[in-house]
Design a protein around this ligand. Sequence first.
Ligand code: ATP
Length: 136
Amino acid sequence: AEETLILVKPDGVARGLTGEILRRIEAKGYTITDLRMVRADRELLTAHYAEHEGKPFFEPLVEFMSSGPVVAVRASGHRVIEGFRSLAGATDPTAAAPGTIRGDLGRDWGLNVQQNLVHGSDSTLSAERELGLWFS
Ligand code: ATP
C-alpha cells in the first residue's frame, strides 16, 4: 500500500495533541506502521525542508522544528498521501477549514512561523525521501 510521512510538530506535542492527531489518522482508516519521538537536529531539518532553504521563513521554521520533540509517523493506506493532506487542512491554521486537524486544533499565535501542528508528505517521491530521512 502507499505510505506517507506524518510529523506531529513541536507545537502539537507540547500542547498534548499527539493522541488526538493519531486518533484522527486511525479513525480515517489509515494504518500506523511505525512511530518514533525525535529531537530533530539542524542537519535533519535542513534535509527535510531543502526546498525552502533561502526563504525568509526557513530559519524560524528550523528553530521552531528543533524547539522540542517531534513525533514521526509512518502511515499506510490506499491514497494516504492525499488523504492525510486533506485531513490536515490548509497550511495557515487560521484559514484551515473546520473539520481538519489545523482548522479544529490550530490558530495563529502571532509568531513569524506558522505553527500548524502537523506535516504530511505531498507526493510519492517526497514520501519516499522523507521516510528515508526520519526512519533511516
Ligand atoms: P507541511 O509541508 O508542513 O505539511 P505545507 O506543505 O502546507 O505544510 P510548506 O509550504 O511545505 O507547507 O511549508 C512548510 C512549513 O513552513 C509550513 O507547514 C509552515 O510551518 C511553514 N511556513 C510555510 N509558509 C510560511 C510562511 N509564509 N510564513 C511562515 N511559515 C511558513
